[in-house]
Design a protein around this ligand. Structure first.
Ligand SMILES: Cc1cc2nc3c(=O)[nH]c(=O)nc-3n(C[C@H](O)[C@H](O)[C@H](O)COP(=O)(O)OP(=O)(O)OC[C@H]3O[C@@H](n4cnc5c(N)ncnc54)[C@H](O)[C@@H]3O)c2cc1C
Length: 421
């Protein structure tokens, strides 16, 4: 990196945002031999509104980064306990190429750990450094302005990986657009003390009622963290046509009061809420020498709200895409569609069903009670977690792939990382 203070700083790969996606991209890029500058608007340790849950798919990615033990040594979980509509079903993480170990770690620690790993791998990290404007030509990004500790600096990157999260204000400067007609999430989380914090199962309550007793299209979660606390939260699904008419913070407090005695919960602290664009429902995700990853590219699973894993996965894919030296404008959306298109379109279609007010009260009792529930829900939990791989040959995996192909065809015109014409 050419560190000339008055002249623009020339850098091979600029990564904007040091959440899980950005830090992972910085690690993969340095490993690939690039000179990397990672700029982060906040300073570590910093919080991020999240459920802190890591599925085996995420733990598998952390393993690829050499970080899984640091996390699983703190806490592990073995699967999901689903509750509601008068029933409860235990769904261990299925045996798959991703392994059978999940975890959960507060983002205050997790993100700092990843950013440290990026620095150890050789990336330069600027904290308190916000990318504020960008100059582009037909060849892509030419210059980026960053305000670093109050000082304006100009950068001349060869490649730019944009990992600036759900709002993606920097991505918007490059033309990123979120399509709200597709299903999206609204969610809130909190931390509560509990004597059950070492429990090695995560819990989801699918019969999520608001204070007026109306079942909401979403779920409540309790993720033990192994540090004397759980992450307790609620998430609901919404579309422009059927907006979830719910105040998530109020819903969270109601849900916590319902769970308080079972879990001997302390008061909710650090309550925070956020929106979640999902399932690739954004366009304008790349140009000749830049691309969006993680939340910025709406890489969040519509069925469980998981985004950390997809941030880590898209980071690795992005560095591989840069390594081709090709124009990324059409290559990147094509790679995203190949990797996630079918699964996300199918998940978006299924999630959309949940936004119909009558669906959950009808389907919930069937799924969670009796012998049908005991067989159905472990399969549902596997599909919700997108824990099916191309190598899986069992009936559920084959049916899911078939349905994914059908959803892709039926919904072929819906926005899926499409670039503007
Ligand atoms: C309530 C809630 C619960 C959730 N629960 C889970 C869960 O249990 N498991 C899971 O896997 N996912 C969960 N998610 C989703 C998950 O939080 C995100 O998918 C994940 O954080 C995406 O990572 P990211 O790196 O793309 O973005 P982020 O983690 O948002 O990181 C973006 C970073 O970019 C920085 N930044 C932004 N703009 C700029 C700029 N202009 N210049 C420099 N830096 C900038 C920000 O400060 C931030 O540090 C949840 C989300 C919500 C809202």
């Amino acid at each position: 990196m050419e560190l000339v203070t008055r002249n623009p700083v020339v850098v091979d790969v600029l990564v904007v945002g040091a959440g899980p996606a950005g830090s992972a991209a910085a690690i993969y890029a340095t490993q690939a031999g690039h000179d990397v500058l990672l700029v982060e608007a906040a300073s570590f340790p910093r919080d991020k509104t999240c459920g802190d849950g890591l599925t085996p798919r995420a733990v598998h990615q952390l393993e690829r980064l050499g970080l899984s033990e640091k996390i699983t040594n703190e806490h592990v979980n073995h699967g999901l306990k689903l509750h509601g509509f008068g029933g409860s079903v235990t769904a261990p993480w299925p045996k798959s190429a991703f392994g059978t170990i999940g975890s959960a770690m507060p983002r205050m620690l997790f993100d700092a750990l990843l950013a440290d790993a990026a620095v150890s791998s050789g990336a330069t990290l600027w904290e308190d450094a916000r990318a504020t404007s960008v100059e582009t030509t037909d060849a892509g990004v030419q210059q980026v302005t960053v305000i670093h500790a109050g000082v304006e600096k100009q950068l001349r990157p060869r490649w730019v990986i944009v990992a600036d999260g759900v709002r993606s204000n920097f991505g918007k400067l490059l033309g990123r657009q979120w399509h709200r007609g597709e299903v999206y999430g609204i969610a809130a989380r909190s931390y509560c003390t509990t004597p059950r914090a070492d429990e090695q199962w995560i819990h989801s309550h699918l019969e999520l009622k608001d204070p007026d007793g109306v079942v909401q299209p979403g779920y409540g979660w309790i993720f033990p963290l192994g540090d004397g606390r759980v992450n307790l939260g609620v998430g609901a699904l919404s579309t422009d046509k059927r907006p979830a008419k719910v105040n998530t913070k109020r819903l969270l407090s109601h849900y916590a009061s319902q769970q308080r005695s079972d879990w001997q919960l302390g008061p909710e602290t650090d309550v925070a809420s956020a929106l979640l664009p999902m399932g690739g429902a954004v366009s304008g995700v790349s140009g000749p020498n830049w691309l969006l990853i993680g939340d910025a590219a709406a890489c969040v699973n519509p069925l469980n709200g998981e985004g950390i894993d997809y941030g880590l996965e898209t980071a690795e894919m992005a560095v591989a895409a840069i390594g081709t030296n090709e124009n990324l404008t059409t290559l990147w959306p094509q790679l995203l569609r190949e990797s996630y298109g079918e699964a996300f379109l199918l998940a978006r279609t299924a999630a959309r069903l949940l936004t119909y007010p009558k669906f959950l009260p009808l389907a919930g009792p069937l799924g969670l009670r009796g012998p049908i529930g005991a067989r159905l829900m472990p399969a549902a939990a596997r599909l919700m977690g997108n824990l099916v791989t191309d190598q899986d040959r069992d009936l559920v995996a084959r049916a899911w792939r078939g349905a994914g192909g059908a959803a892709s065809w039926i919904r072929r015109d819906s926005p899926l990382w499409s670039n503007p014409a």
